[in-house]
Design a protein around this ligand. Structure first.
Ligand code: GUN
Length: 290
């Protein structure tokens, strides 16, 4: 069994991005990070994004509107960032607290600043195999991990668990694309799927993104499969200082006995997501400068 080390792969991408940013003419790329509310996971993700940006030489602007912000006020804030020539990329951390409507906010972000890749236009470009847009960071990170760990999807049965806008749907479309490294035969399982285990057992490559702690057990995985675990779930653990530990959507102890390659949690997909965000921000800066 080979462990796919997301931290190591991310570190080499960060080094590549750092030298590309250093070589840019003019001002540094600027990423606006908008977080509403104090969801502990969101607080930690935004901090991580800010820290990685600084490491690469990308400027970040952290915007923390009050949790009482209205939909109209939040959309006005997005409009202002869209119009600001000093901002290249805009990210609104998900999930937004109720009653804010996340999808409307994602669509409000100008497509050319949508480094999260959730805008209708950028999602549509994936379906059209048009590389001029932005690919959502976690799906892009999954594809990069597969490529850099030597997994070609051509001729493989790729089973995606989950159909979210953020991961499941875009990663399924990427795996399906008719291009080098992709070209997979894709099945997407979700809450309406009759027999999930019967399908996951057929997977040559299994991508788990359902947000349920250790859902994928050993008997659900074909021997020799490549398993990519996108889940980051907090489960209570009194032995930890924080009172919780992070586990994926895959029962790592059991599945690592069956899989040929597997990503750990933490240290698998997570660090890649942040890298892809930085890569998209650099792309946005180059588009703005062109
Ligand atoms: N919450 C979990 N993943 C993501 C992501 O990739 N982008 C944003 N904006 N929020 C998230």
């Amino acid at each position: 069994m080979q462990l796919i080390d997301g931290n190591a792969i991310a570190a080499s991408i960060i080094a590549e991005l750092k030298s590309q940013v250093a070589a840019l003419p003019g001002r540094k790329p600027c990423l606006a990070l908008v977080r509403v509310g104090e969801d502990p996971a969101s607080v930690s993700y935004v901090k991580k994004k800010e820290k990685t940006a600084a490491e690469i030489g990308i400027e970040s602007r952290i915007i923390l509107p009050p949790v009482t912000i209205s939909q109209a006020e939040l959309e006005k804030l997005i409009d202002d960032l869209n119009a600001d020539p000093g901002v290249d990329g805009i990210l609104v951390q998900s999930p937004l607290p109720k009653p804010l409507e996340e999808l409307a906010v994602f669509r409000r972000i100008a497509a050319h600043k949508d480094v999260d890749g959730f805008h209708t236009l950028n999602l549509g470009k994936i379906a059209q195999e048009d590389d001029s847009g932005f690919v959502a960071c976690t799906p892009a990170g999954v594809m990069e991990l597969l490529a850099r760990s030597g997994t070609d999807l051509k001729g493989k049965h790729v089973v995606v668990l989950g159909r979210s806008l953020i991961v499941g749907k875009p990663v399924a479309l990427l795996a399906l694309q008719k291009k080098a490294g992709a070209n997979g035969t894709v099945t997407v399982c979700h809450s309406g799927t009759a027999d999930v285990a019967a399908l996951t057992r057929q997977a040559d490559v299994l991508i788990a993104a359902i947000g349920r702690a250790e859902f994928v057990k050993g008997h659900m995985v074909k021997p020799g499969a490549v398993v990519i675990d996108v889940g980051i779930n907090r489960v209570a653990d009194a032995s930890k200082k924080t009172g919780y530990k992070l586990v994926g959507d895959v029962d790592f102890a059991a599945v690592s006995q069956v899989a040929s390659k597997i990503t750990p949690v933490p240290g698998g997909v997570g660090p890649m997501t942040v890298c892809m965000l930085m890569q998209n921000t650099l792309k946005a800066r180059r588009l703005a400068a062109a």
